[in-house]
Design a protein around this ligand. Structure first.
Ligand SMILES: [Fe+2]
Length: 249
């Protein structure tokens, strides 16, 4: 099953802010990424700069930078909205105070945070991070587990999902003969994949700001086939609004 035509997609993971981290190099790059998004049918992009010791992102400035890009997009006639967010490095999470943590939640709602596992395969430290964030009232979305997959990845994801985390995979890795695709589709068949994102960093290299082809690949999994609208729109919208999310599959 493919996605309904005209459904405005939401990408919850993109490095679209100009000159912030290793994402868009400049405003022209951001605008070109916005055009990629619109071409793909995306209407909302969550800006998720790296909140990581390797990147000197000024968290206090992010809201203003999102507002500025939205103004540029509006003035340029691009019908795309940028939402606030961040991609929080798991090892860093415990060091953020509550106000700073809230500033990097998706949509700025204080409810959902995108967590990047620490380097290497997922391990118990990620479980502890998720538990600690949940105890602080912030729900976790685990970013690109396919990049942190050890031999026990499915068991790791099962434990994270049982803890209440959602799992987000990278759209481009679901298509184009990528080696991880069968593994990701197997996870999806087990109910361990809930969201698809571009994790785009630039219009000039790497993955485009697009998710539709990856979503279509994911919807080839029978368990998910009837849930394209939920995955592409309803769940991401609820997350940006800070609402609860109940997985329907
Ligand atoms: Fe990312």
């Amino acid at each position: 099953m493919t996605l309904p035509a005209g459904l405005g997609l939401i990408d919850l993971h993109a490095h679209v802010l100009p000159g912030i981290d290793d994402g868009a190099a400049d405003l022209d790059d951001s605008l070109a990424m916005a055009d990629q998004a619109l071409e793909d049918g995306i209407t909302v992009v969550c800006a998720t700069p790296h909140i990581h010791d390797d990147h000197d992102v000024e968290i206090d400035a992010l809201a203003g930078q999102v507002d500025a890009l939205n103004r540029v997009l509006r003035d340029a006639g691009r019908p795309l909205s940028i939402a606030r967010g961040g991609e929080l490095s798991a090892p860093l999470a415990a060091r953020l105070d509550d106000g700073t943590l809230r500033a990097v939640t998706l949509g700025g709602s204080g409810r959902w945070v995108l967590v990047e596992p620490g380097p290497g395969p997922m391990d118990g430290a990620l479980d502890e991070c998720v538990d600690a964030l949940h105890e602080r009232g912030v729900r976790c979305i685990v970013a690109h587990p396919e990049r942190h997959a050890g031999a026990d990845a499915a068991q790791r994801l099962t434990a994270l999902v049982e803890r209440g985390a959602l799992v987000q995979v990278t759209a481009a890795f679901l298509t184009g003969g990528h080696g991880a695709a069968p593994v990701m589709l197997d996870w999806a068949a087990q109910g361990l994949v809930h969201l698809v994102a571009s994790d785009a960093h630039s219009s000039r290299a790497g993955r485009p700001l697009a998710i539709r082809a990856g979503l279509d690949a994911l919807l080839s999994v029978p368990r998910l086939a009837a849930h394209g609208t939920w995955i592409a729109r309803e769940a991401p919208a609820a997350i940006l609004a800070g609402d609860d999310v109940t997985v329907p599959f």
